[in-house]
Design a protein around this ligand. Sequence first.
Ligand SMILES: Nc1nc2c(ncn2[C@@H]2O[C@H](COP(=O)(O)OP(=O)(O)OP(=O)(O)O)[C@@H](O)[C@H]2O)c(=O)[nH]1
Ligand SMILES: [Mg+2]
Length: 635
Amino acid sequence: MVVCYHDRSEAGTTRMTMGLTTVLRTLYTRPSRWFIMSDTDTRDPTSLRTPIVAVLGHVDHGKTSLLDKIRGSAVIEGEAGAITQHIGATAVPLDVVSSIAGELVNPDDFDLPGLLFIDTPGHHSFTTLRSRGGALADIAILVVDVNDGFQPQTLEALDILKRSQTPFIVAANKIDTVPGWNPNEDTPITATYESQSDRVTGRLDESLYQIIGNLSDEGFSADLYWRVQNFQRNVGVVPVSAMTGEGVPDLLAVMMGLSQRYMKEEMEIDVAGPGVGTVLEVKDEKGFGTTVDMVLYDGTIKADDQIVVGGQNDPLVTDVRALLQPRPLAEIRTESRFEKVDEVGAAAGIKVAAPDLDDAMAGAPVRVVRNRALEEVVTEVEAELADIAVDTAEQGVVVKADTLGSLEAMADALEEAEVPIVRAEVGDIAPRDVSVASTADEPKQRAILGFNVDVLGDASGRAEIDDVTIFSDEVIYQLIEEYEEYVEGIERAQQDTILENITRPARFRILPDHTFRQNDPAVVGVELYAGTLQNNNTVVKFEGNDPDRVGQVKGIQDQGEDVDEARAGDRVSVAIDGPTVGRQIEEDDVLWAEIPEKHAKILEQELTSEIPGDELEALNMYLEKQRKRDPFWGK
Ligand SMILES: Nc1nc2c(ncn2[C@@H]2O[C@H](COP(=O)(O)OP(=O)(O)OP(=O)(O)O)[C@@H](O)[C@H]2O)c(=O)[nH]1
Ligand SMILES: [Mg+2]
């Protein structure tokens, strides 16, 4: 499926200024199931899996509340039994979607079995949600708080959606918090919108247009969902409240419609085939040891299957000991939170208990072996892992991340920022990472960038001793910005020290009637035309283009005070050891500080932006003279 995101032109401001009410009326005149194509397909619906929907967004913008609301609404509709709570996910079957969405969804129009929502906590990296080199989620909901607007993790989520080409819609949440809002529980947005006062709708519109504008700034053409004709070109924005349920029918209808229309082919799977999935989290579970929470996106997994799981080093081969699902709420009093199941089919969230899972990595592939050669499956897992592997350099920074997916995203972002990586691994920052970082030759590479990971106690002490800087953040671009600022600081300091050790250009003239002493040393009054004259500078005089060394500065006095240097515009007296006034030098002569060729090269190639304009001018004149004699001088 091709998703075009970079068409900014369609979020035209003229359309946006059109009153929402006017627009909403047009929704009524349009068939409510506007996004369904005529469906003459007769494929066996049992071979279609549930689309996986990732719910993303900034911390506290209401992702979990939205899913709770959907579950809660189902209870009210008497459909609670139909909703199954999965590990890390909630499965909502089509008939439940339809009963919540009311007339917006007619189940006869669909053959997809429903939707599987994956909730991603704001502080967690949703980059875990990967599969076979792409996004694990087939489609996503980006939740944005209408009061809070775009926040760092909103931008991060957008970036990941863009990179992975995942289609998405935006849920503009918490519309009930608009001052004066008159709630109409669980109604479609159109109905509740019409019952609000103009003042209230005006304020809501403002927030919504702000969000649409923010999306456009990020390169996504967006509009309120009922105005979007082509969801492959435009991002639909759905105003909702997870608190009152307003707009939730619309949200479900759009998700269902989009999946059916654009994703049906990708949902075709071999239902009974060996399962394929992605590790969401590796967790210690009392009574089960190390378990993995995974999302199965293809085939089935059975309680007696052999599986291959991506590990820190090699693929792990192990036998499933138990498949665990959360117990329904009513049965929570029993000793275990989980109930064992014999088999699950895609798409599903499931906890797998098995021996030897300690080295499993979040974001890594899981494959069921079943009737195939083990070697073949191991090779498949290896190939997937190799696909994610980060290219490392001889020298560079150390990168740690919580999951394979986020490691990959970090590596991409660092490559873009032209920051080389010496080592990239999933896991917390440990002392041995500090050891690796401390071997870097360049100070700016003595750094560890940790995304969503902890710094183990002894690692931070070690880092201080070894002069390694640790950066850690929960937003990738912020992490990289922090590091870039640090590098800039180091480079500035380095240039300052280079500049201290380099001879600066200076051009000056001996003033007439200012010879205070003829020689040993000659003391003359000078005026600096350009640059910085420093004590101990060698002084040259050009005869045509040939520089003649005439002596060395042995003291500078400004109004009777000894100084180390003089700047352009200054008039100072200078003691020059070597020449005699009237022989090697004369009053009115123009003299120069000699710039060693190596220094001239560094100045021209690295420091032109660091030195003052007059000094640059002196440098260029000096270079010009030298290069007339020798075109390669200082190159
Ligand atoms: N008034 C109002 N409050 C809401 C709404 N949605 C969520 N909240 C509140 O916002 C807070 C955060 O909601 P959550 O659902 O936990 O947010 P989240 O996005 O899952 O947060 P993380 O998982 O921490 O990233 C809670 O106090 C909710 O009650 C809404 O539509 N209206
Ligand atoms: Mg949450």
